[in-house]
Structures are given as C-alpha cells and as structure tokens.
Design a protein around this ligand. Structure first.
Ligand code: NAP
Length: 248
C-alpha cells in the first residue's frame, strides 16, 4: 500500500484530500494541530470505510519539534503500514494570518505567516524526504493569491509565491531520486479559512468564476487525490491553478 502524509488533514481542504486519497487505496498519515477530535474523526472515517489512516499532532510553526514528529512518522509507517518509507507528501496546512496593507504589516504578523506557511513546509519536507520512497510526489498547496495581487494579503500572497518557487527548486534537486514536486493553487474555497467568507464575498467570487460558483473543499480534494497516482507520473515542477476559471 502506498502512503501519503497530508498536513492539515483535520478540516477543510486537507480533510477532503485525506478522504479522497484513502478512497483510492492509499494509506494516510494526516496531521492536525489544535483540533485533535476532528483529526481523529477523519482517520476513523477512513478506517470505517475500509482504509488505513493515522492522525498525528503537528505544529507547522515549531521546527524544533520536527525531529520528534519524523520519529512518530517512522513508527506509524512501521506499526500501521509495515513500511519504512512513504510515497506522497501534501503540504496543505496553512493560515490566512494577519491581513492589512503593506504599511500596516507588523513584524509579528509577518513572522507568524512565514513560520506556518513557508518555514514549516520547507523544513518538514527537508526532514521527511529521507523517508520518502524514490519516485515519490510532493504537492504544495499554494493559492490564486500568489498570482493576483489582491488588497490586504501581500504577505500571504508573497509567501505562496515563495512556496511555488521552493516547489521548482525541490523538483530540480531531487530529480536524481525521481521525486516530483508540483503546486496546486486553489482560488477561493468555502472553508473556515481566515474565519470563512461571507455571502457577499461568495456572490462576488461566483460571479467572477467561469464555472459560476466558489469552490468547495471537495473540488480541491478530488483533484489533489488524483495527482497522488501514477497517472500524474510525468507532471513535474508545475503550478496548477484550480479555480474553476476565476477572473478569465
Ligand atoms: N480556503 C481558501 O479560500 C484557500 C484558497 C487557496 C489556498 N488555500 C490554502 O489551502 C490550505 C488549506 O486551507 P483550508 O481552507 O482548508 O483551511 P482551514 O479550513 O482553515 O484548515 C486549515 C488546516 O491547517 C491546519 N493548521 C492551521 N494552522 C496550523 C499550524 N500552525 N500547524 C499545523 N497545522 C495547522 C488546521 O489544523 P487544526 O484545525 O487541527 O488546528 C487545519 O487542518 C492552506 O494552505 C491555504 O493557504 C485556501
């Protein structure tokens, strides 16, 4: 059984990625941060449906704890899946963080976003890649805001651009092991991210989207799960926008 590690699998997009990945017969190690119950519930749902899953606590902002987390991953691989390696990593966990103009940005707000949305996935990838099987695949969840300059999200958007840059550098550096890396950039998605979106925002986004609606988590989860198969075997170092045709 192939195994995927999916960060932020307790809610929203990550939960949908975890459930849809398991439906395709892939074992899942998902992480939660604050919402333990939700994380365990996702793993239980997978097991109830005949799949294999483990939920582990992981905080993206605490790089010093990543060694212990990696040890837990090793143990789970051995105990739950009878394996020493895993196959897929989805760096999905993220926060919307401090919003405001560039002039209003505080160092604390900036640092929090850097730590959770960039430093965390960067060093988690560094720590886990020795455990990844050759021929593995990494998906980094970016955002349409890496491409569009919207008001009040300069730090978030710039960091998602950096994550896309990291994706390309990673793909180059690990090509000898045939490990691929791609980023998926959703447009706005109807989750609790950043406190959720009110009905006016949803209406506006729907009107600006060729497919006439704002994405649900499932629209993203289905696609990312489909990338965690051999069908995507020649896709590498790409940014894929998944917005239903936003602002075209
Ligand atoms: N929703 C959108 O409109 C949208 C659009 C484009 C891109 N994205 C990106 O998609 C990804 C998922 O977003 P979402 O909408 O699913 O968000 P969400 O519903 O708010 O879920 C966020 C997930 O990330 C986890 N998380 C939050 N802070 C964390 C931390 N410090 N360490 C580890 N895990 C942490 C949460 O875990 P706990 O709940 O257990 O704490 C939760 O599982 C993010 O990278 C986001 O930037 C979202």
């Amino acid at each position: 059984m192939k195994v995927a590690i999916i960060t932020g699998g307790s809610r929203g997009i990550g939960k949908s990625i975890a459930l849809n990945t398991a439906k395709r017969g892939v074992g899942v190690i998902l992480t939660y941060n604050n919402n333990r119950e939700e994380g365990l519930a996702v793993a239980n749902e997978i097991k109830k449906n005949g799949g294999k899953a483990v939920a582990l606590q992981w905080d993206s902002s605490k790089v010093a704890s990543f060694g212990d987390f990696t040890a837990q991953v090793k143990e789970s691989l051995k105990d739950e899946f009878g394996k020493e390696t895993f196959d897929f990593l989805v760096n999905n966990a993220g926060i919307s963080g401090q919003r405001g103009s560039i002039l209003e940005t505080t160092e604390e707000g900036f640092d929090e976003l850097v730590n959770v949305n960039l430093k965390g996935p960067y060093f988690l990838t560094q720590k886990l890649v020795p455990l990844m099987a050759d021929g593995g695949h990494i998906i980094n969840i970016s955002s349409g805001l890496a491409r569009f300059a919207f008001p009040n999200v300069a730090v978030y958007g710039a960091l998602k651009s950096a994550l896309e840059g990291f994706t390309r550098y990673f793909a180059k550096e690990f090509a000898d092991r045939k490990i691929r890396a791609n980023s998926v950039a959703p447009g706005a998605v109807d989750t609790e991210f950043g406190g959720g979106k009110d009905s006016n925002v949803k209406k506006h986004i729907s009107e600006m989207t060729a497919l006439g609606k704002m994405a649900e988590a499932e629209d993203i989860g289905l696609f990312v799960a489909s990338l965690l198969t051999d069908d995507s075997r020649f896709l590498n170092a790409q940014r894929i926008e998944l917005s239903g045709g936003f602002f075209i």
